[in-house]
Design a protein. Structure first.
Length: 202
């Protein structure tokens, strides 16, 4: 996903009533958002998300055509991971149960105050941003786990390709750790004893 910092958040409106959609667009622009467009069908919403890559989708549930808002939202979530807020007049148990499966970032019942919508959008965008950052951080983390074959003599480690590497090289390759070299007290004592012995027995 491309960087979307330092610019207005882009929102796609999916609403089958044109007057409602145009009024919503006007209010979103007044709040400082950029509107990617208005779609009246579920398939149109899916195609628009693929084309414009918005930051968020405002999705009505009852739409024109064969694909309703919940089905479209599920497809958008699975393919593009764009956050969705439902705007609907329906709050029955069956609708809510279907909607929850699509993992929406909000569910506002019509009619709603524009301040409610503004708050819901702000929270959804922030939550989505945090989820992306967490996923990116997890992708960078390499974890060593399981059994590591290590030579009892030279302490080299065998990787999954059967190659033997120094411990430092293996750990650096399979984790985010790095090394600074020093010497422990026990090894220091052994080195000093060996040095003393060599001086006594030239």
């Amino acid at each position: 996903m491309t960087s979307k910092t330092n610019r207005k958040s882009i929102i796609l409106i999916v609403e089958d009533e044109d007057i409602v959609a145009r009024d919503l667009k006007k209010r979103l622009i007044e709040l400082g958002y950029k509107v990617a467009g208005i779609e009246h069908t579920g398939q149109g919403a899916i195609d628009a998300v693929e084309k414009s890559n918005p930051d968020l989708v405002l999705m009505d549930i009852m739409l024109k055509g064969d694909i309703d808002g919940i089905t479209a939202a599920g497809e958008i979530n699975n393919r593009f991971r764009v956050p969705i807020i439902y705007l609907t007049a329906y709050s029955d148990d069956d609708t809510l149960a279907r909607a929850k499966i699509t993992e929406p970032f909000g569910y506002l019942l019509k009619p709603f105050e524009i301040r409610e919508l503004h708050t819901a959008i702000a929270i959804a965008l922030y939550k989505h941003k945090m989820e992306l950052e967490l996923a990116e951080a997890r992708a960078k983390i390499k974890v060593l786990q399981g059994f590591l074959p290590i030579c009892a003599s030279c302490k080299k480690i065998r990787d999954d390709k059967g190659l033997w590497s120094q411990v430092e090289s293996y750990i650096k390759e399979h984790s985010e750790a790095d090394f600074t070299h020093s010497i422990c007290p026990d090894c220091m004592k052994i080195s000093m004893d060996e040095l003393d012995n060599s001086n006594l027995n030239p």
